[in-house]
Design a protein around this ligand. Structure first.
Ligand code: SAH
Length: 256
């Protein structure tokens, strides 16, 4: 059995209870060494074999999985954050499928959630934005033209950018060309939830400058949007005049 496990965004105690149990029981762990907190490996059994996938190709990863499965061993493939976001798990799952090797997925706390916690932010504020766009700048991996930053910027929804810290000069231009005001609030969250976490607030037109000044080149998320501003409408859900499945609204509350 192969278990794809989300390691969480960094802090060792942010892995799920299920993920931790799978790690403890694993005979083989293949972890994404560039971003997974190595402290998590302290949970492993003495006899567990550990591989760092940063040095491996897809084929090598699959070979390790196949061999372990043949011996009836339990394999954990440990991915950073949640495996569904830029995790490159589909290509592994498809090969396992072809080989008839069973697998499961255990979700994790994605770094975009870790970043919200670091910012003490709510990505979806009434009257400001009710959507979160998770995307990236085009790097060596192409991004479909329909999903260009410029096209998404037209929505002026909350945007969280992965894998883009080295491309901030271009990102600023694209966000502004797409319709965000240059003084729209933005933040750079470096190593969210790790002990060395850092948060830098700025505006869109100062993203590049801020990252340069603070020497941030990787392992960061860029958050953009007016949700970082501090103004919003209060929620209807907890408004006294609002009736929900669980609570009857009152007349008095109506104009509050
Ligand atoms: N599956 C992961 C993302 C992998 S892509 C997740 O759900 O978080 C790798 C990118 O994620 C990095 O380049 C960086 O942009 C972002 N990232 C991962 N962990 C991070 C963290 N703790 N703080 C800030 N950004 C992080």
């Amino acid at each position: 059995m192969i278990d794809f496990v989300g390691a969480g965004s960094g802090a060792v105690d942010l892995i799920t209870v299920r993920g931790q149990r799978l790690l403890r029981d694993a005979d083989v762990i293949i972890y994404a060494g560039s971003l997974v907190n190595p402290e998590l490996l302290k949970e492993k059994k003495e006899s567990c074999n550990v591989y760092n996938s940063a040095h491996m190709t897809l084929e090598e990863v699959i070979d390790v999985m196949t061999e372990a499965e043949g011996k009836g061993e339990r394999v954990v493939r440990l991915h950073t954050g949640d495996p569904s976001i830029y995790g490159a798990i589909k290509e592994q799952m498809d090969i396992l499928e072809q080989k008839g090797i069973p697998y499961e997925i255990c979700p994790g706390v994605s770094s975009f959630c870790g970043a919200a916690a670091a910012l003490k932010a709510e990505y979806t504020l009434p009257g400001i934005s009710q959507s979160v766009i998770i995307t990236r700048m085009e790097g060596r991996t192409p991004v479909p033209e329909k999903e260009s930053i410029r096209a998404f910027a037209a929505h002026q929804a909350t945007m969280v950018l992965f894998l883009s810290t080295s491309l901030l000069e271009e990102l600023e231009k694209e966000l502004i060309a797409g319709g965000y005001a240059p003084n729209t609030p933005a933040a750079i969250v470096y190593k969210a939830t790790w002990p060395e976490e850092k948060v830098f607030h700025c505006t869109i037109d100062r993203l590049f400058q801020t990252a340069k000044r603070e020497n941030i080149t990787k392992t960061a998320l860029i958050v953009v949007g007016d949700i970082l501003n501090g103004t919003y409408d209060r929620s209807l859900l907890y408004h006294p005049a609002f009736t929900t499945e669980f609570r009857q609204g009152t007349e008095e509350g109506r104009d509050e």
